[in-house]
Design a protein around this ligand. Structure first.
Ligand code: PMP
Ligand code: GLN
Length: 421
């Protein structure tokens, strides 16, 4: 017996193969986005405390544990400057993944178009296709001289004329990831306003993947689309406890927006997942209550985490630049993309199966050099995969010691004779 037509039209997520490379070759692992050190104490304590509540071991409300949706409504209500109904305007999901899937399944009709900005988080296109929608791609472009100077993620830009040309009456949705995985770009208010104008003109939903909302560097500012003028009726915003408190294994996510957009997602959720794990939701609520009370204060965990991550970012930038990579310096997230165009590596001599452009380099780096990254072409769709061909993504949410280990490997890299450095 074989899989369904749907499965035949899809391929396995690249995280599976790259997860196996990590297990089989025991490299310094800068591939997947999670910290290799313990989460904060107050978050672990929240889980211990939740586990002592007998009621927390049984099913909770299907659309979200009341304590969790209440603190989320209070927090985002303040952050976007409007009241949010905790029961009708929020849905708790199994990670941001389920929030994305229920948004596509709940809102897309066959033939509806969904604009996806490349490089994108890899699960968007297969999910849109599961909902029988049609992905329409547009790319962020790095500056033309990115190989000759350090560039910032803010310099990866959309061509707004090109973007406007992709909108039409069938454009049901646009997916925007800010801060962006993989580039680390934090969309400016001006950029979001441009997108918002198009959404209002064409009645298009802005599906905002803001899971890295708290990981912001330097003077960058995270702007929430839902807070922009007249955008509430058009916006669904996704968050993740994994990214909020460095506990990716908790797999609790949420989506908030107007009741008429949330309700279809609730219906999908009620017939699939039905309800998310209660102890994790209870612990998430406790931790959010604590952290929300110190928002903007010097003891804010989110602020401290960004400061710590910024130092790690600077450390890896240094290693990458001195090895001859051309990194884009991220304004947010814990990822950094870098071009390896100047690196000398035996491309014609290695014969690992190349599933996607640049995948051979990443496999060589893992198997021969013991450093695992993620090829950036996996964040582009088929016709444009070559845009990501010479780039790999590194996750720097690791102990300094892990980053130094990676640095030692990077230092052994050699430059091509004709390199443009
Ligand atoms: N969106 C983005 C941009 C991500 O990087 C991730 C990775 N975790 C997700 C969604 C999924 O998040 P979760 O682990 O909460 O399902
Ligand atoms: N979002 C994380 C990343 O980009 C984890 C990947 C995943 O959960 N599949 O590395």
């Amino acid at each position: 017996m074989s899989g369904s037509e749907l499965v035949k039209s899809q391929s396995e997520s690249p995280w599976v193969e790259y997860g196996d490379l990590g297990i089989n070759y025991d490299p310094v692992n800068l591939c997947k986005g999670f910290p290799d050190f313990p989460p904060p104490n107050f978050v672990v304590e929240a889980l211990i405390s939740a586990s002592k509540n007998p009621a927390a071991h049984q099913y909770t409300r299907q659309y979200g544990n009341p304590r969790l949706v209440k603190i989320l409504s209070k927090m985002y209500g303040q952050l976007i400057g409007r009241p949010i109904d905790p029961f009708k305007e929020i849905l708790i999901t199994i990670g941001a993944y389920e929030a994305l899937l229920s948004a596509f399944l709940g809102l897309i009709n066959p033939g509806d178009e969904v604009i996806i900005i490349q490089p994108f988080y890899d699960c968007y296109p297969p999910m849109v296709e599961m909902a029988k929608g049609i992905p329409v791609y547009v790319s962020l472009k790095p500056p033309a001289d990115y190989e000759h100077r350090p560039v910032s993620s803010a310099e990866w830009k959309l061509d707004f004329q090109e973007l406007a040309s992709k909108f039409n009456e069938r454009t049901k949705m646009i997916v925007v990831t800010t801060p962006n995985n993989p580039t680390g770009k934090v969309y400016s208010k001006e950029e979001l306003l441009e997108i918002s104008k198009l959404c209002r003109k064409f009645g298009t939903i802005a599906l905002m993947d803001e899971v890295y909302e708290w990981i912001i560097y330097d003077s960058a500012k995270h702007v929430r689309m839902a807070s922009l003028p007249e955008m509430w009726p058009y916006t669904l915003t996704i968050g993740s406890i994994g990214k909020t408190f460095n506990v990716t294994g908790w797999k609790i996510g949420w989506v908030y927006g107007p009741a008429n957009l949330i309700n279809p997602l609730q219906i999908i959720h009620s017939n699939t997942v039905h309800t998310c794990p209660t102890p994790i939701q209870e612990a998430s609520a406790i931790a959010l209550e604590i952290e929300f009370s110190r928002l903007g204060k010097p003891d804010s965990f989110w602020k401290q985490t960004s400061n710590e991550l910024q130092a790690k970012r600077d450390l890896i930038v240094n290693y990458l630049q001195s090895a001859g990579f051309n990194p884009t310096i991220p304004d947010g997230t814990y990822f950094i993309v870098a071009s390896y165009q100047n690196i000398d590596w035996p491309s014609s001599k290695v014969n690992y199966t190349e599933k996607s452009p640049g995948d051979k380099f990443a496999k060589w780096l893992c198997i021969e050099k013991k450093l695992l990254t993620m090829p950036m072409s996996y964040f582009y769709a088929n016709p444009s995969k070559n845009e990501g061909k010479n780039w790999v993504r590194f996750c720097f949410f690791k102990t300094d010691s892990t980053i130094h280990d990676a640095g030692r490997i990077l230092r052994q890299m050699k430059l091509k004779l004709n390199s443009k450095l």
